[in-house]
Design a protein around this ligand. Structure first.
Ligand code: SF4
Ligand code: SF4
Length: 251
């Protein structure tokens, strides 16, 4: 598939988002007075998949090892700038108010960071005018050809992998220990801004504490919970309990 693209500055991609941020970007986001949520999902990982399994290798790279009950697992943690309506950095004329410092995920849009998700114009917020043929080449035969975006996609993948141990420590410091089952949804924590800034600085500067933090799987599907319990995992059905300390975002 060939795709040409040019941003029309309609601003649609800057609304109603949970915007994935690197650790450095999350700190800057918080220090500007905006909120960051912690999204967690986890996969059972009873044994190492073969190296040729590229999907597993990708997930392994952006996750940390954990245990749930007696089951090995891998946990993915996403720091997300969360807002309803317009992004707090969006100016009235739809320009980005932090353009020079905007997050990597904004710089690569509408490209995909996952190597396994195909860019589909119809699933993006951009209007038809942004995809007219004759604009700047973005994809040729399905492959990204914009060199700046290609470089930033790779940078984002690399930072995602190198941030993972910091995110693991942040979870430990904040008592974040529940995750949705991969591909079913996310468990979403909304920590106090000051607590999260403190935890991030501490996680950047301090080594990991000894010992292992146990994780819990949360699911909205009874069959999933039973399957996980049967293989020794700690797993519970999501409840509407306001005291759980998190929300469940099902797909
Ligand atoms: S940071 Fe800028 S580019 Fe990114 S969503 Fe906000 S306004 Fe849009
Ligand atoms: S939705 Fe697409 S065209 Fe509109 S501002 Fe975002 S990148 Fe540009």
């Amino acid at each position: 598939m060939d795709v040409d693209f040019e941003c029309t500055m309609c601003g649609k991609c800057c609304h109603d988002l949970r915007l994935p941020l690197t650790v450095t970007e999350a700190l800057a986001w918080l220090e500007r007075g905006n909120d960051v949520q912690i999204l967690c999902d986890a996969s059972p990982w009873p044994e190492e998949p073969p190296q040729q399994n590229l999907h597993a290798a990708h997930r392994r790279r952006r996750s940390f090892a954990a245990v749930s009950g007696s089951l090995s697992a891998r946990v993915v943690v996403i720091l997300a700038g969360a807002y309803q309506g317009a992004c707090p950095n969006l100016l009235p004329d739809m320009r980005c108010g932090i353009y020079e410092r905007r997050p990597l995920v904004c710089r690569i849009y509408p490209a995909e960071v996952s190597p396994f998700i195909e860019l589909t114009p119809g699933q993006k917020a951009c209007p038809p005018d942004a995809w007219r043929s004759g604009l700047s080449p973005l994809l040729r035969s399905g492959k990204l050809v914009d060199s700046d975006i290609t470089r930033m996609v790779q940078l984002l993948r690399d930072v995602d992998a190198s941030d993972i141990s910091i995110k693991q420590r942040v979870c430990r410091f904040l008592g974040v220990d529940s995750a949705a089952v991969w591909n079913e949804g996310f468990v979403v924590y909304s920590p106090n801004r000051v607590d999260l800034v403190t935890a991030l600085h501490r996680a950047i500067n301090e080594p990991m504490m000894p010992g292992v933090q146990p994780w819990h799987f949360i699911s909205d599907r009874q069959m999933t919970v039973e399957a996980l319990l049967s293989v020794g995992a700690s797993s519970t059905l999501v409840t509407a309990d306001k005291n759980a300390g998190f929300e469940y975002l099902g797909f």
